[in-house]
Design a protein around this ligand. Structure first.
Ligand code: CTP
Length: 404
C-alpha cells in the first residue's frame, strides 16, 4: 500500500549517531509514496553525507539558508510552504533547545519558525544520551514544545552508542513510519476505548500438548492498529501468536479461551467498542493432565473428553453496558460455506449489532481477505484486499455507526 502517496515530507536531520536510521527512514517514506525533501544541519553532516540522502530521496539536499538555487533566495519559505509535515529525525537535545527559543540561525530551525503553524505540523524524533534526555532542561523544553503544538515522539530505551543503557534512543525507521502514517489518519475513533480479541487459543491436554487452530491473528492485529491510528485507546487480548504489537496498542497475552474470557471481562468495563476477531477454540479437554501423558503399551490412544468453552463474545454482548448501547459489540464469523446465511444466523444468536463474516480456510494465515458486514438491515461486502486495508475500512465503517 502507498500509505503516504501525495504527501510531501520535509525530513530534517540534526547531529546524532541516529542519522544512520534517517537513511532507512527516507527510503521507507519514498517506498510508501511520499516525496521527501531532506534538509540537513551542519552537525548532521558529521554523521551522514548529503550524497546519501540525495540518492535515497531523489532530490538535492538543502543545508543553507543562503542557497542560491531558490530564485527568491528564500528556501525557508518555499520549502516549508510545500510540506505536509516537517519531521526532524534525529532531533538532538541542542536542536530541541533551539526550537524552544524560536532561534533561526540555520535553514532547518528557520523553516520550523517560518512554517504556517496551522498548516504544517512539526514532528520531532528525539535522539540523545540518556542523561541528556533525562535532564530537567530537556524535559522542560520537550513539555514546552508540546504546548507550542509540536508532536514530540517517544524515545526508545536500550543500549546507546556511547555504551550506556537507558532512554533516549531514536525510534527505528519502521516505528517512525508507523507514527507518521498514524499522524495523518483521520481521528474517527477519538475518545473511544477499543477492546480487541485476536489470534487462536490453545487448550492444553497436558504440559506439552494442546489443541489450537490455524488463526494467525493478523486481522485482529490490523484492526487494533487501525483503531489506534483512528485515535482510540486500544487494548488487544491476544492468543499465542508471533506478531509484533502495533505501536500505541496495549497488549495482553493469553493462552486458553478461559484466560481470554478473564482478560476480556477485566477490560470490558472501560471499553466502548468490542471487536471479537479471535478464533476461540470451541472445546477444551475436560481435564488437563499435570504431567505428560505416556503411552501405556496397550496400543490404545488415551480417551480425551472435551467440554465447551465459554462464548466470550456472547458473554460480553450480554453485559448491561452492551445491552444499553454503551459498549458496541462486533463479532467475526469464520465460515467454510454459506457465508451470508451463517453470518446472519450467528449475528442473531450472539445478539450483536454487527457481525463480520469471512471464509476461514481462505483467510487464516493469509495477508489478504474479503469481508461481509452483516447487520439488521442487510449485508455489505468489503472486496478482497490486504488485511491492513480492510481493517481501516472496517474501522471507518464502525466509526460511522458510532456517529463519529
Ligand atoms: N467467539 C467467542 N468465544 C467463543 C467462540 C467464538 O468470543 N468461545 C467469537 C469469535 O471471536 C467471533 C464469533 O464469536 O467473533 C464467532 O466465532 P466463530 O468461531 O465463527 O463461531 P462459533 O461461535 O464458534 O460458532 P460455530 O463454531 O458454530 O461456527
Amino acid at each position: 500500500m502507498n500509505e503516504l502517496s501525495a504527501k510531501h515530507i520535509v525530513l530534517g536531520l540534526t547531529g546524532g549517531v541516529a542519522c544512520f536510521k534517517a537513511a532507512e527512514l527516507c527510503r521507507a517514506l519514498v517506498k510508501e509514496g511520499a516525496t521527501v525533501q531532506v534538509v540537513m544541519t551542519a552537525a548532521s553532516q558529521q554523521f551522514i553525507t548529503p550524497v546519501t540522502m540525495q540518492a535515497l530521496s531523489g532530490r538535492a539536499v538543502y543545508d543553507s539558508q543562503w542557497d542560491a538555487r531558490e530564485s527568491n533566495n528564500m528556501a525557508h519559505i518555499n520549502l516549508s510552504r510545500e510540506a505536509d509535515a516537517i519531521l526532524i529525525a534525529p532531533c538532538s537535545a541542542d536542536f530541541i533547545a533551539k526550537l524552544l527559543h524560536g532561534r533561526a540561525d540555520d535553514l532547518l530551525s528557520l523553516m520550523c519558525l517560518a512554517r504556517p503553524l496551522d498548516k504544517v505540523p512539526l514532528l520531532l524524533a528525539p535522539a540523545m544520551n540518556r542523561e541528556m534526555w533525562a535532564h530537567p532542561a530537556t524535559q522542560r523544553n520537550v513539555a514546552q514544545l508540546r504546548a507550542d503544538g509540536a508532536t514530540v515522539l517517544d524515545v526508545a530505551s536500550g543500549e546507546q552508542a556511547c555504551g550506556e543503557t537507558g532512554d533516549g534512543r531514536m525510534l527505528e525507521a519502521d516505528e517512525l513510519l508507523q507514527e507518521l502514517i498514524a499522524f495523518f489518519s483521520p481521528k474517527s475513533l477519538a475518545g473511544q476505548h477499543v477492546l480487541v480479541t485476536a489470534g487462536p487459543t490453545y487448550e492444553a491436554i497436558d504440559p506439552v500438548r494442546g489443541v489450537t487452530n490455524l488463526s494467525s491473528g493478523k486481522m485482529g492485529f490490523a484492526i487494533a492498529r487501525a483503531a489506534c491510528e483512528a485515535g482510540a485507546t486500544v487494548d488487544l487480548v491476544a492468543g499465542p501468536v508471533a506478531l509484533a504489537t502495533p505501536r500505541g496498542v496495549t497488549r495482553h497475552d493469553v493462552r486458553s479461551a478461559c484466560d481470554m474470557l478473564d482478560a476480556t471481562l477485566a477490560l470490558a468495563p472501560s471499553a466502548t467498542l468490542f471487536i471479537a476477531t479471535a478464533a476461540v477454540a470451541d472445546w477444551r479437554p475436560a481435564a488437563s493432565a499435570e504431567h505428560k501423558i505416556k503411552k501405556d503399551g496397550s496400543g490404545q490412544p488415551p480417551e480425551l473428553r472435551f467440554v465447551e468453552n465459554p462464548d466470550i463474545l456472547a458473554t460480553v454482548a450480554a453485559l448491561p453496558r452492551a445491552q444499553s448501547g454503551e459498549l458496541f459489540c462486533v463479532g467475526f464469523a469464520a465460515e467454510s460455506q454459506d457465508l451470508l446465511a451463517n453470518a446472519q444466523a450467528k449475528r442473531e444468536r450472539k445478539k450483536v449489532p454487527l457481525l463480520v463474516g469471512n471464509i476461514g480456510p481462505a483467510t487464516f494465515g493469509q495477508d489478504d481477505n474479503a469481508l461481509l458486514l452483516v447487520d439488521a438491515q442487510g449485508a455489505k461486502e468489503l472486496a478482497r484486499a490486504s488485511k491492513r486495508a480492510l481493517a481501516r475500512q472496517l474501522i471507518a465503517d464502525i466509526a460511522r455507526r458510532l456517529g463519529n
